[in-house]
Design a binder for this molecule. Structure first.
Ligand SMILES: [Zn+2]
Ligand SMILES: [Zn+2]
Length: 346
């Protein structure tokens, strides 16, 4: 079977790889669709110092089950995992046996299962049965949006958005757009989305989602904009932009405000300079949201199925499997045209 590998900077290779036989607790998934994530772009640009598998936002069909995988239990509401079940595949899975899992703090699991071979840009992928979730009647490309949506759900839950709250979301990428929509669903009465004006396609989607205010950070000064628009300060700021922008988020928050953050930068950009007095006197909270392990699959599948998050709005481009390198390069360079770049594997 064929699988793509990448190496910095932006090198790609399609390989014929053989897979080991399934372990008793594994399932073999025929990949149908896999989205290109900002992380995949980073991996291809800088992170992969040696040849590495790529892709983690995927859906597909179970084509083989290990001997110890529990089958369909007749009469129970839990869907079984059997050959033919369409599933989404987790990026990482809680172990269920470590100290934190046993305390019920599954989000803080310290021995996460990243077990998979190879990445999502492959014809087949082998994972533990605990790492898949049945996606019912969703189509495969929609199912591949479930993984980034679990991140958006986590950001919104961590932010505890108050009813009729005023909220800003930094960064109009696919996850930022999903967050903006979920903030409205949670009852925010104003949702500001900030980003660069050239991301035309993303602003179109923002409008279609009902975002109340789009703020172009290259056309107006953020502080003076919000001084006028929100003199009391914002209730919540959800940051999906680079770390340096957390300082702005703190300035814009009202007394008692909460900032959630999910964003990555390397090469020095990971440093943040904060006003410690603001932090103290405004009684702010800054919450890191790693979303590993991914949780919230049932909600993600439901929100995609009922089109609260409309897959057709988010999937801007689809490439065939043979063109994975083009898909990643396109996602890296054509930000004004793209929202989510998807690869149809088969
Ligand atoms: Zn991702
Ligand atoms: Zn654990």
């Amino acid at each position: 079977m064929k699988a793509f590998y990448t190496k910095a900077s932006m090198e790609f290779e399609q390989r014929d790889v053989g897979l080991d036989p399934l372990a008793p607790d594994e399932v073999l998934v025929k990949v149908r669709a896999c989205g290109v994530c900002g992380w995949d772009v980073l991996v291809a640009q800088t992170v992969a110092q040696d040849w590495s598998p790529i892709g983690h936002e995927l859906s597909g069909d179970i084509v083989e089950v290990g001997s110890a995988v529990p089958g369909l239990q007749v009469g129970t509401p839990v869907p079984g995992l059997q050959v033919g079940t369409p599933v989404v595949v987790e990026n990482s899975t809680l172990c269920g046996v470590c100290d934190q899992c046993k305390r019920g703090n599954v989000a803080h699991c310290v021995t996460l299962d990243h077990h998979r071979s190879p990445g999502g840009f492959a014809e087949l992928i082998k994972v533990r049965y605990t790492s898949v979730f049945p996606m019912a009647e969703l189509d495969y490309r929609a199912g591949a949006l479930a993984e980034p949506l679990t991140v958006a759900i986590d950001m919104v839950e961590m932010a505890e958005i108050p009813l009729a709250g005023h909220v800003a979301v930094f960064g109009p990428g696919p996850i930022g757009l999903m967050i903006a929509k979920l903030a409205l669903v949670k009852g925010a009465s104003r949702v500001y989305l900030t980003g660069h004006a050239h991301s035309h396609k993303r602003w179109e989607v923002a409008e279609a989602l009902g975002v109340t205010d789009c703020v172009f950070i290259d056309r107006q000064d953020l502080s003076s904009y919000f001084e006028k628009a929100e003199p009391q300060g914002l209730d919540r700021v959800l940051v999906t932009s680079p770390p340096a922008t957390i300082a702005d988020a703190m300035k814009l928050c009202r007394f008692g405000g909460i900032i959630t953050y999910n964003g990555i930068k390397f090469g020095g950009g990971e440093r943040i300079v904060l006003d410690g007095n603001d932090f103290h006197f405004k009684r702010l909270q800054l919450r890191g949201v790693h979303s590993i392990p991914n949780l919230g699959w049932p909600q993600a599948v439901e929100l995609l199925r009922n089109k609260t998050i409309d897959p057709d709005l988010f999937i801007s481009h689809t490439f065939p499997f043979e063109q994975v390198p083009d898909a990643v390069r396109f996602a890296a360079t054509a930000r004004s045209e793209t929202v989510k770049v998807m690869v149809e594997v088969g």
